[in-house]
Design a protein around this ligand. Structure first.
Ligand code: ZN
Length: 310
């Protein structure tokens, strides 16, 4: 069994409009844009990262905004809900703020004993704010949201699956422990994680498979401390029969990917080197950063991208 996974690292989704996406995550949700770069496989598209002050693992929501992309259709084989952690007693504040921003899909309930406010992102993305009394992570507060209400990072994510058995086995192998079951949803928790510690598996045998598009999660990444641990995890997964990609340099972390039996794309990403490797922490995300191989084409790439601020 793998013992080096520390919870989530980041969640990467697709959007249809870079400016709208940037506004929603910085102004409405109050996250910090910790990096603006491009899709390393397609530099005509931004890659935007939002998180806490440093873009700590377990806080980072990332987006590929493909302009005019068609909306995805929700279904099984994907992440159905990305869950952020907020302090206890703050859901009323958040509901009011989201209503003021015309957010869709607002719905309040309780999940595994915690209060939850579900809402949709600008492309119909499935999100929830979940209250926690003991999340001690320091929030980013640069956007007019005080420290006692701000988002702490992810609490976890819910995967919508046709059948959960094989994914349950995989999560167990990755070090997650099966906790409670509530209706169709089974919760898994990683011991000793970074705060983004839960994965919920929803069994939805009657639901059709998702069609990916704007508002869909492209992949979900789990954190390991460093490259050495990543290689150990890669070997363990491959020895168990998973087809894992070689290690890929993403400039701010190292990544490996594998498709899980339920259809969701998993990534294992390193906490090193981090988002301050090419700019000062005080100025993260302010200017477009490019991987070295694209620097010679900076003028053309910049001309092709819509500026984020109007
Ligand atoms: Zn990723």
């Amino acid at each position: 069994m793998i013992k080096d996974i520390k919870g989530l690292h980041h969640v990467t989704s697709m959007a249809s409009d870079a400016r709208q996406n940037n506004r929603f995550f910085t102004d409405t949700l109050g996250l910090r844009r910790v990096k603006q770069t491009v899709n390393f496989d397609d530099p005509s598209v931004y890659h935007l990262y939002y998180g806490d002050e440093n873009g700590s693992a377990g806080t980072v929501m990332t987006y590929f905004p493909f302009e005019q992309m068609m909306r995805g259709r929700a279904g099984v084989g994907e992440v159905g809900e990305t869950q952020f952690s907020v302090p206890k007693g703050t859901l009323a504040f958040w509901r009011e703020r989201l209503v003021a921003q015309n957010a869709a899909g607002l719905q309040e309930d309780t999940v595994f004993g915690a209060k939850r406010l579900r809402f949709n992102g600008p492309d119909g993305d499935g999100f929830a704010l979940i209250e926690s009394a003991d999340d001690e992570r320091l929030p980013w507060t640069g956007n007019g949201i005080s420290a006692d209400t701000a988002i702490r990072g992810f609490s976890g994510a819910r995967l919508n699956l046709h059948d959960t058995a094989a994914t349950e086995e995989l999560l167990g192998f990755m070090g997650y422990q099966k906790a409670e079951k509530e209706g169709d949803v089974t919760r898994f928790i990683i011991p000793g994680g970074n705060g983004a510690d839960t994965i919920d598996l929803a069994a939805l045998p009657q639901t059709p498979f998702a069609r990916q598009g704007a508002g869909s999660v492209h992949h979900i990444a789990f954190a390991v401390e460093n490259r050495e641990k990543q290689l150990e995890v890669r070997k363990a997964l491959m020895d168990t029969g998973y087809q894992v990609t070689p290690v890929i340099d993403r400039d701010y972390f190292w990544a490996i990917y594998f498709r899980t039996p339920g259809g969701v794309l998993f990534e294992i990403a390193t906490n090193e080197p981090g988002f301050n490797r090419d700019e000062d922490t005080a100025h993260l995300g302010e200017v477009l950063k490019l991987p070295t191989r694209y620097e010679p084409f900076r003028d053309r790439i910049e001309a092709n991208l819509e500026p984020l601020a109007a």
